[in-house]
Design a protein around this ligand. Sequence first.
Ligand code: F6P
Length: 539
Amino acid sequence: MSLPNINPTDTKAWKNLEKHYNELETVHMKNLFSMDKQRADKFTIKWDDFYLDYSKNRITEETMLHLLKLAEEVKLKEAIQSQFSGNIINQTEGRAVLHSALRAPKSAVVNVAGENIIPEVYNVKRKIESFTNDVIEGKREGYTGKPFTHVVNIGIGGSDLGPAMVVDSLQFYKNHLTTYFVSNVDGDHVNEVIKKLNPETTLFVVVSKTFTTQETLSNANTIKDWFLQSASKEDIAKHFVAVSTNLEAVKNFGIDQKNIFPMWDWVGGRFSLWSAVGLTISLAVGYNNFNSLLRGANKMDEHFKNTDFESNIPVVLALISIWYNNFFGAETEAVIPYSQYLNQFATYLQQGIMESNGKSVDRNGNQIDYQTGTIIWGEPGTNSQHAFFQLIHQGTKLIPADFIGFVKSLHGNQDHQDKLISNFLAQTEALLNGKTESQVVDEGSKEIIVPFKIFEGNKPTNTIFVNKLSPESLGKLIAMYEHKIFVQGVIWNIFSYDQFGVELGKQLANKILQEFNSETVNNHDSSTQNLLNYYKGFI
Ligand SMILES: O=P(O)(O)OC[C@H]1O[C@](O)(CO)[C@@H](O)[C@@H]1O
């Protein structure tokens, strides 16, 4: 069974939402709060150690009913079943989409082409575990017999962002190994990392699903050349491991077959941190913590699969986002974690969300006439308050925002924690209520200044309060957004799991690279031609 194929704008629910939007467009949320004392309770979901309050949104119970009806009309339930049961729902690439299988329990059965993939998943997990333990315990040594002290992850996109974000987010749980990530083909990136390394004690993890990616292969080759300045070819086997589906290309690069961690075509790059792509995570925080991350994601999978839509966290978040995107015309969404540890979270989500749902053709190949893929951005609070919050509070754009906070701190300094959380709560309150003219006047502002100090309010936010930042809760949080992506792709009737949009630039870059060495080049538009000639004048 493939995915349902329903144009959302043809549904009854969509038409009802259009009408309903006209009624609600100018309603202020603070009036909705004063009219209904139960509002916060009605729009709160408590699940496990998650507390989602979505009451500070421009919604009523009727809005949610229409949105839930939309989910029903586009056959979301069937789509979820189809994804989890291993159907080829990535139809444009002819693949199943089973990152959920990577975190499923050992007893699960998930068939791809008639074969249960779970035993193979667990074989690789065991390999990750024993490799991780050997490196951490110093049983695996470098070419001069010293234990490893540094790990460098070489990859880009999904082979970099997920592991990099998780390692950064879980640095509280880190062991003695120092980790670096090299991704950009800009030589400054690899050069700066190399400066900090000792070849005798560094392990290199080359991560590339395809093992054809220009950036990764260039960086891996540069590092290999640097390594061979002090070591011999035979030593590569001790220091280089690879994660890939392209076993042949890895062998050709010179990596020992024993050092290859396989992955599968049913794992999309941007959803792959749960596979061996997460090897650097496992090395950095230990296998048990890596496994807890997976366990957390699995708990969210079960919640998503089995919970009625009205209390289903990813579904509710996805529907609210559709409401703003497609009816209010909001183009962006901010993700504001009140945790410095989640510094890279929005960057990570950018690939997941924008590479998946940045599509303008529906599942029939037809151009669509409604908005898809949200633009995602964000930075941790409280830093972001002192940077871009002005625009969210008083600018002209509607920017729905997710506020993510942790009830308990890891540092244990309650004074800092109380200050952080007071900001976390105050911001969503301010965005909701704003400040009226009479309040500004009462505060004694000069008349001429009053208009500048008014806050309109009515700015939507979701508050996601989690008990504590741990590998498990982080796993839940990431999986929550993965499922939100899926739900939105189903509603928009697009294919969320291909990424053809990144290909054209890659093709042209390869062509231009060749042209740097050729005498006459004149097949570009005049702008590109001039720029290319300008650059050639320097090389
Ligand atoms: O793991 P690979 O094959 O090197 O690909 C890296 C990244 O490149 C992309 O294909 C496109 O940028 C991503 O989807 C992927 O995560």
